[in-house]
Design a protein around this ligand. Structure first.
Ligand code: ASP
Length: 331
């Protein structure tokens, strides 16, 4: 088992100025591993800490891609990997690994905690043990073990800043016509793109939420800042204030300049259907891509990994529309 420590509340301590990540957790994790070894029978383990452990609020796409690179390196000698991570960006960062490492055949399980392992009523130990157990089960793909549930990384969102059950997969849990896809079940799909070379590319992708009063100026500013792709969190079935001056042109110009605009919904459940309302149809006509029922976290990660994959525009467009690792169950 490879155990990777990246930071987060799990190992934090308060030095008087608020919680900060501890630089090294090897000795403390060794005690938890001892218990996990008994329950799983998986004994040999190796510890790796990121060069810079952080509060995961400081994570960006480069950071997420470097974690994915580290996991790829470590995967050669591991039958499973546990990643200890902060909860704030856990769903984003784990989703990047899910897309970037979709060709790997071992379990990779991210976990973290709402309270440091140093606290008496900590959830760190139980989360770690659950992650170690899941990472021993041979099921390929990237998952999150947290608060008693195991979720596919690409469907999970952080729902609580203090409850133990911090992560949830709202969209799968609420879908009525899942067919073979049970809630929370990982769905492996064919690998259709090359793995990411995280050293050579620094893509810039962003996420923006529309709100009453949203306009083209803000949209254009975001497109300038994130030329490799922008996820636009729209209303309901994928609607935005398209009668606001310049909105259509802002989207159309971005797409012409090869900046993908991906539409996801702000709603917890349901999917984007751009043809349903005239304002959604305008987004589609301007060239926006439908994000279906992707979470914003997974959409941003997918755009980032595709931007880093050296695929051309058309390949990126086609690949984005596919379900690569169970991230897109709906339309
Ligand atoms: N701010 C912390 C982090 O994301 C929160 C946590 O780990 O729960 O690193």
């Amino acid at each position: 088992m490879l155990v990777v420590y990246t930071g987060g509340t799990f190992g934090m301590f308060d030095n008087g100025q608020g919680l900060e990540a501890s630089t090294d957790l090897e000795t403390d994790l060794a005690e938890m591993v001892q218990i996990a070894q008994v329950t799983t029978g998986v004994h040999p383990w190796r510890y790796v800490a990121l060069g810079e452990v952080i509060d995961s609020a400081d994570a960006d796409l480069d950071h997420a891609l470097s974690i994915a690179g580290l996991l790829r390196e470590g995967s050669a000698q591991a039958r499973g990997i546990v990643v200890v991570h902060g909860t704030d960006t856990l769903a984003y960062v784990a989703s990047v690994s899910a897309f970037a490492l979709r060709d790997l055949s071992i379990p990779i399980v991210f976990t973290g905690a709402q309270r440091s392992f140093r606290e008496i009523e900590t959830d760190a130990t139980s989360n770690f043990l659950a992650a170690y157990e899941a990472a021993s089960d041979g099921q390929p793909g990237v998952r999150i073990a947290f608060g008693g549930v195991i979720l596919p990384a690409v469907r999970a969102v952080k729902r609580s800043s203090d409850e133990d059950a911090a992560f949830v997969d709202y969209r799968s849990a609420s879908r009525r016509n899942l067919g073979d896809t049970a809630p929370g079940t990982y769905v492996p799909a064919a690998v259709t793109t090359r793995p990411v070379d995280s050293d050579s590319v620094r893509p810039s992708v962003g996420l923006l939420r529309v709100f009453p009063g949203f306009g083209a100026e803000l949209l254009r500013a975001a497109i300038r800042l994130y030329p490799d792709g922008l996820v636009l969190e729209c209303y309901g079935a994928g609607t935005a204030p398209m009668s606001s001056p310049g909105m259509y042109e802002a989207v159309a110009d971005a797409v012409k300049a090869r900046t993908p605009i991906v539409i996801v919904t702000q709603c917890q459940t349901g999917a984007v259907q751009l043809g349903r309302y005239a304002v959604g149809a305008q987004l589609y006509q301007a060239g926006a891509w439908s994000g279906g029922d992707l979470t914003a976290e997974a959409a941003l990660a997918k755009l980032g990994v595709l931007a880093a994959s050296e695929l051309d525009w058309e390949q990126r467009r086609l690949t984005f529309a596919k379900n690569l690792v169970g991230e897109r169950i709906g339309s």
